[in-house]
Design a protein around this ligand. Structure first.
Ligand code: C6P
Length: 422
């Protein structure tokens, strides 16, 4: 189990000041100011428990997995497979059988698109998405639609950032032609939390598979694949306090069983002849070649870390920070906040436009004060078009952020406006 600096009793309010000590990078200064890291939706910082788990793997147990008879090989294999079990349980599954280790959420979504959808879809079939998808959950479907003749359809996003669920029936978006329903659990721009359970249920009712892009939800709240009722779920380790280069596709084991592998090579085979081969069992048949074992071990440590802290307490803390940011930024002159207003469900991020200040200029100004935010299209260009902007500024919160940091952000955004309007 991962160590946590000073584990408070579960009932106590969450204290970010205590957990900050677990993150060495937060000691850094940027432009001679304390680092205020508010770019957690892009990637989170790593606690010592994760750094140590990776380090320990390389120092003590490094060997290739599933191949060697020697002691280190066995230890590495055990560590890797234990990580799989831990990630499966973190997602509410009984075991790790549905957990495919990949590089990131993007690769996980591509695996479903190419290995599941491309082989099954026919002209006239439909793939139902939303216009607020990250490109990683849009472009693979565009590519598969082009190859198969399937049609892309979109559940509209209203001005309040919510999905217009009544359009499913009103506009005939969901029906017997729908084969795939793929959507973000939480938008990386609007922060909208989508009605994932309902969408999965509606998909199931018409015989479509549901694909949940959980890149922005798994890091912030407990996510249970059983409760969601999804067929596939994707997330990235690096956004959830784990290492870069490891991501997960969770698939309902019977769906994975029915899928052909996408990549051929080592470890995904059962038997190879000169002209043919048969496949290993699920999930290994999707993991061709040497996997990122240290990454998987680090990800399992990250899961243990947030569970030890209490995911519900982290979620409540981040919701309070988000409310503070919505209120503070909302009071700044010339600022337009995108996405659901206060009181509506929202992930731990706020994107906004500031009248007369380009988001890139704003991000650079904030950087001079040690404050890291993201500015750009956030890999959601169609959504930017709908919002009528080319880019936005975005602050996104993690468990180690504090109310004082949000106040620093708001103060700096105010000063930036005065600076750029002077
Ligand atoms: N978003 C951001 O918003 P990868 O790069 O594969 O780890 O994650 C891709 C991805 C998929 N879905 C959603 C909803 C996402 O937000 C992201 C990554 C980052 O800053 C980078 S664009």
């Amino acid at each position: 189990m991962a160590a946590v600096a000073a584990l408070p009793p579960k009932a106590a309010p969450f204290d970010p000041e205590t957990v900050r000590a677990d993150f060495p990078i937060l000691e850094r200064r940027v432009h001679d100011r304390p680092l205020v890291y508010l770019d957690n939706a892009a990637t989170t910082q790593k606690p010592r428990a994760v750094l140590d788990a990776e380090d320990r793997f390389y120092r003590r147990h490094n060997a290739n997995v599933h191949r060697a008879i020697h002691t280190l090989g066995n230890e590495a294999t055990v560590a890797y497979e234990q990580a799989r079990e831990a990630v499966g349980r973190h997602l509410g599954a009984a075991d790790g059988r549905g957990v495919v280790f990949l590089r990131n959420a993007t690769e996980a979504l591509n695996l479903v698109a190419w290995a599941w959808a491309r082989r099954r879809l026919r002209p006239g079939d439909e793939i139902l998405l939303t216009p607020m998808e990250h490109h990683s959950n849009l472009v693979p479907w565009q590519m598969v639609a082009r190859e198969t003749g399937a049609r892309l359809r979109f559940i509209p996003v209203g001005p309040d950032g919510a999905l217009e669920m009544d359009a499913l029936d009103r506009d005939g978006l969901l029906g017997p032609r729908t084969r795939v329903v793929a959507f973000a659990h939480c938008s990386n721009v609007l922060g909208t939390i989508t009605p994932a359970e309902e969408l999965c249920r509606r998909a199931r009712a018409v015989g479509a598979v549901s694909v949940v892009d959980a890149a922005q939800s798994v890091p912030h709240a407990p996510v249970d694949v059983g409760r969601l009722g999804c067929d596939f779920l994707a997330f990235s380790g690096h956004k959830t306090y784990g290492p870069m280069g490891v991501g997960v596709l969770w698939g309902r084991p019977e769906r994975l069983e029915a899928m052909e592998p996408l990549f051929g090579g080592g470890e995904m085979i059962l038997k190879v002849e000169l002209e043919s081969a048969t496949w290993n069992e699920v999930p290994w048949k999707f993991e061709a070649g040497t996997p990122n074992v240290a990454g998987a071990v680090g990800l399992a440590a990250a899961c243990a870390y947030v569970r030890d802290l209490g995911q519900d307490r982290i979620a409540a803390h981040e919701a309070a920070l988000t409310r503070l940011a919505l209120d503070g930024l909302g009071d700044c002159p010339g600022v337009t906040i995108h996405g659901p207003g206060p009181g509506s469900p929202r992930g731990a991020l706020v994107a906004w436009s500031a009248d007369g200040v380009h988001p890139h200029d704003l991000a650079q100004y904030l950087d001079q004060e040690g404050i890291a935010i993201r500015a750009g299209h956030h890999c959601a260009q169609p959504l930017m078009r709908q919002l009528g902007v080319v880019a936005t500024a975005r602050a996104s919160f993690g468990l180690y952020n504090t109310a004082a940091e949000v106040e620093a952000l708001v103060g700096a955004v105010r000063r930036a406006r005065e600076f750029f309007h002077a």
